[in-house]
Design a protein around this ligand. Structure first.
Ligand code: 6PG
Length: 242
């Protein structure tokens, strides 16, 4: 039976503060493991509030065995304000002097097809593999107003079921090329967390939670990790339809 835990906060900054506390708890818990711990960061604007607070965190030693990856990337150079990696770098990786050897960005500036293949190979080579997919310890996800997650959009929902860990996608409105992990990777993860804020997403959150309306069209609905370890971090606005 799939369990979904919801945590609701008054606003994004409070959500971010709670998430940073949970991250600290996770790092304490995994610090003793004599193996790398792999986290995939989400993109877009919502996690920026978390990254800003992380830059203030005073516990770098806790990250010792942590490797950072991305769930998706826009096909732009790291210096571009649209770059998920670039924003993470600026907001917390550089302030924390996070060692490059444990940072694994998707190269948005490279040929998308070749980069999707390269990142797939890297994941399959560095992470444990189960049922043909690399296994993350924790994947952070966002969700769009159209129910997309990572860069799998409703008009390309067939990409969710790809047997490849990473594929190329494109933004339905802007046409921007994207590189994204697929459903098999997300649902193989030991733990998955959605960070979703804002009234504009409330109807989709409600349809997914209540299994109403167009929920079957939303890639975010298919986030059902085999570990059953799924959490939703939501602000009040994003739950205004619940
Ligand atoms: C991306 C994301 C994407 C994002 C949602 C929500 O690179 O855009 O990974 O899935 O999480 O679009 O974006 P916001 O947080 O900006 O609303």
């Amino acid at each position: 039976m799939h369990r979904r835990r919801h945590y609701i906060y008054p606003d994004l900054d409070t959500l971010a503060a709670a998430f940073v506390c949970e991250l600290n708890r996770f790092l304490q818990e995994t610090r003793g493991l004599d193996r790398p711990v792999h986290i995939a960061l989400s993109g877009g604007s919502t996690p920026l509030a978390v990254f800003r607070q992380l830059a203030l965190a005073t516990w770098p030693e806790e990250w010792e065995n942590v490797h950072l990856w991305w769930g998706d990337e826009r096909c732009v150079p790291a210096a571009d304000p649209e770059s998920n990696y670039g924003n993470s770098r600026k907001l917390f990786l550089d302030p924390l002097n996070f060692p490059d050897v444990r940072i694994h960005p998707i190269r948005g500036e490279d040929d998308p097809e070749l980069e999707a293949q390269r990142y797939s190979h890297l994941l399959m080579g560095q992470l444990p593999v189960e049922n043909g997919f690399p296994v993350f310890d924790w994947i952070w996800l966002g969700m769009g107003e159209d129910g997309h997650t990572v860069s799998i959009f409703p008009d390309q929902i067939e990409l969710w079921g790809s047997d490849q860990p990473c594929v190329v996608a494109s933004h339905p409105k802007t046409g921007q090329r994207r590189i994204t992990i697929t459903g098999g990777v997300i649902n193989a993860a030991r733990r998955v967390a959605f960070l979703v804020a804002g009234e504009s997403k409330a109807h989709v959150v409600n349809e997914i939670v209540m299994k109403e309306g167009n929920y079957l069209d939303y890639p975010a609905f298919y986030v059902t990790p085999l570990s059953a370890n799924l959490e939703w971090y939501l602000d009040m606005d994003a739950t205004s339809w619940m």
